[in-house]
Design a protein around this ligand. Sequence first.
Ligand code: SAM
Length: 472
Amino acid sequence: MYNPKSHDADEFICHEEVLESLKYAEDNKNNLSVIDKILDKARLGKGLNHREAIILLECDDEEKNKEIFSLAEQIKKDYYGNRIVLFAPLYLSNYCVNGCVYCPYHAKNKHIPRRKLSQEEIKKEVTALQDMGHKRLAIEAGEDPVNNPIEYILESINTIYSVKHKNGSIRRVNVNIAATTVENYKKLHEAGIGTYILFQETYNKKSYEELHPTGPKHNYKYHTEAMDRAMQGGIDDVGLGVLFGLESYKYEFTALLMHAEHLEAVYGVGPHTISVPRIKKADDIDPDAFDNGIDDDTFAKIAACIRIAVPYTGMIVSTRENASCRERLLHLGISQISGGSKTSVGGYFNPMPEKEDSAQFDVSDRRPLDEVIKWLIQLGYLPSFCTACYGSGRTGDRFMEVCKNQQIHNFCHPNAILTLKEYLEDYASEETKKLGYDLIAKEVETLEADNIKKTVKEDLVKIECGGRDYKF
Ligand code: SAM
């Protein structure tokens, strides 16, 4: 039976509730009075439940869809302004014992080169990432208790934080590793991680079991209840996501929102981020072999409806998507993107020729970070390298309280400006520098107009700029 407060995955992601919601949406997708009521509620900016949101996703009325897209854009502005946070993935190891049929790291793939970074190699990768200007990483690893035990992950996190190169440092390490135990989540928490990210891949249990035929990841309940264990281990920022293309997107969308509602209901803290990866070509993986691929229009609608349903959550799109798709999604709700990414183990320090490549998937947006920054500025966005929430302990419910009241810009906006300034001084090309300083001048004016400056605490400014005494 459906129970968002239950700790049992079969109850908080109840299959029957998903099916009933889909039927309800199908029956009401052209019912304009129901849709108008949902849109009125959505305009309050407090979110929607999964049943309301799936009706909006299903709706194919042209006028209503325009309203949906412009509302998503407005909500994005209200909560996140024009800021876009930057990060890069860091692949530690592609050893994996699982049999995920969509992932080239699956254990039966005998020809992909298997690599695992030593601590010395991690230092080199982190130095290369710092030389690009990155401050925030997401570490990635396959699941392999022998090659990638938790001790290896913890040691790697420690190494990453220890590298201080020129003015650089990594200030937030997010972690995307396989579902684990409460004890291990406690250890990750103590190691000072930012967000714990785990993609559900698919919420449909039957498909999940077929897509993960072997290895520990086969266990649907263990995987789906991972965020509960992470919370119990003290990690209060968790990131959800599904791999679009594996199952029906309507099913995934509904269940993803049920997962967010479950976290809210039990811990009072919804997902810190929601990622929207789509399955891509990779080594021995052909995305066309999966029947549920979604086109760019559907993808954009999904992003808009997630933004409306969960207004406070950070939304992430990676370099799996090309520049034009990313541009479209930025308008509709995305607040974090990766830039200059390499998805192979050791790819930053030592890029491999293609046939020796250990990449997890083909990157579509291959532009260097500086070009991504320049592009964001030209589109009117404010690139941010800020990690101050994490640095000053504003995580979990403390973050949510400020964010849900739409006050987070009081912190994020000035810090985004300062961290952009820092990036421009230390890493940018001349062209990006010029554009960036012009943008900063404009942004500072809006700051003074809003009087936000006064609300910024000096310690945040110092945390963000490595002690540099920036003034507006
Ligand atoms: N091994 C960890 C786990 O089991 O959750 C996660 C790390 S994995 C390196 C990161 C994510 O990449 C996976 O959760 C999956 O959604 C995604 N991924 C795997 N194969 C992919 C593909 N062919 N195209 C796009 N994304 C893929």
